[in-house]
Design a protein around this ligand. Structure first.
Ligand code: AMP
Ligand code: ZN
Length: 113
């Protein structure tokens, strides 16, 4: 998608701080961190949101989850972390390329769920 900011990050047209990359997945620091550790894990293939995950592409979404587990180990997030994927207006999704926020580095406080 030419007008997608995260596709541009994957292509290297917009700078990012990469934490992990493989054939299917790209992970980078959130530009506006909400916690001491806050990064985003995205599929290299453009999928707009959780709503567009289906039988054809769910393996790619699963690759993101595998990457999260790997990065969490690499970053030694033994104390824990939270994974969030905002989908749609009520969730406050602002970038329409599927992404998983990973938040860590301090107690995350009141639980939403
Ligand atoms: P969401 O609101 O769930 O769609 O999350 C989008 C996230 O992308 C926000 O946390 C932004 O801070 C983050 N973001 C937007 N542009 C960039 C960028 N160029 N580099 C890193 N993170 C970004
Ligand atoms: Zn995209």
């Amino acid at each position: 998608m030419t007008d997608c900011i995260f596709c541009k990050i994957i292509a290297g047209d917009i700078n990012s701080v990469c934490l992990y990359e493989d054939e299917y997945v790209y992970a980078f620091k959130d530009i506006n961190p909400q916690t001491p550790v806050h990064f985003l894990v995205i599929p290299k293939k453009h999928i707009s949101s959780m709503n567009e995950v289906n039988a054809e592409n769910s393996q790619i979404a699963a690759k993101c989850l595998e990457a999260i587990a790997k990065i969490a180990k690499d970053l030694k997030l033994e104390a824990g972390y939270r994974v969030i994927s905002n989908c749609g207006a009520d969730a406050g999704q602002t970038v329409f390329h599927l992404h998983f926020h990973v938040l860590a580095g301090r107690p995350l406080g009141e639980k939403l769920v």
